[in-house]
Design a protein around this ligand. Structure first.
Ligand code: C5P
Length: 221
């Protein structure tokens, strides 16, 4: 620990799903395990980086050797990321809920015997990646987002890079039959200002090591 090409560099990594409350005992969530984010944080720490790992309620435990900040909602995740800055790089691997329940109840919702189901109203969550990418002061030198696509991976990810304002997009094809969603392997295409680069299909840990090495190269050169 504390040696390697990223020694003295601070990297913020988001990971896992977010939970958006419906009432004190219920929430809306997604199936992200946090595996890819945890692997990236571990790989960055292995290269000597000082890593702040901002994680939603993931099923995979956080790696050793990183500063862990546990959050639940998208808004808490944004606040934790902002509190963790400044950073040299930020990697947004979390599967943030696009919407939260706008009319979350303060007390547990109960059946009232009328047979009528309650209605949930949704409000859009902040986009953490876009918010940090567009910071006018204190923006990390390198901001990296992810994109899960099912078709036209390069075209969609290139458009997403422009829309979000980030430096790189790590895109993967999660269409049925690839076995990537929830699997141990990943096949990614990295979109930068220079174009796109397809990496061979490999384990998520290995994708993390490639990405960490790429980040070290970009920051140190
Ligand atoms: O827009 P989309 O969800 O496809 O973008 C994915 C990328 O944006 C991921 O890097 C994800 O972590 C990030 N994101 C975010 N905040 C949101 C939604 C997505 O940081 N509210």
């Amino acid at each position: 620990l504390g040696t390697g090409p990223l020694k003295g560099r601070h990297v913020v990594v988001t990971s896992g799903p977010t939970h958006e409350p419906i009432d004190p005992v219920r929430y809306i969530a997604n199936r992200s395990s946090g595996a890819q984010g945890a692997a990236i944080a571990a790989a960055l720490a292995a290269l000597g980086a000082d890593v702040t790992f901002v994680s939603g309620p993931a099923t995979v435990p956080p790696p050793e050797g990183v500063r862990v900040v546990q959050v639940e909602t998208a808004r808490e995740m944004l606040a934790a990321v902002e509190a963790a800055l400044p950073a040299d790089a930020a990697v947004f691997a979390a599967a943030v809920a696009d919407w939260r329940v706008a009319n979350a109840a303060e007390r547990k919702m109960k059946k009232d015997g009328s047979g009528k189901a309650p209605a949930l109203d949704f409000a859009e969550n902040p986009d953490i990646l876009a918010t940090v990418s567009k910071m006018e002061t204190g923006r990390p030198e390198l901001v990296i987002g992810f994109a899960a696509e099912t078709d036209d991976v390069v075209a969609n990810a290139t458009a997403k890079r422009a829309r979000k304002g980030c430096d790189w997009i790590v895109a993967n094809d999660v269409s049925a039959g690839t076995g990537i969603m929830g699997g141990a392997e990943n096949a990614v295409t990295v979109i930068t200002a220079e174009g796109s680069e397809s990496w061979p299909r490999m384990g998520k840990d290995e994708v993390a090591r490639w990405l960490a090495a790429r980040i070290a190269k970009a920051l140190v050169e």
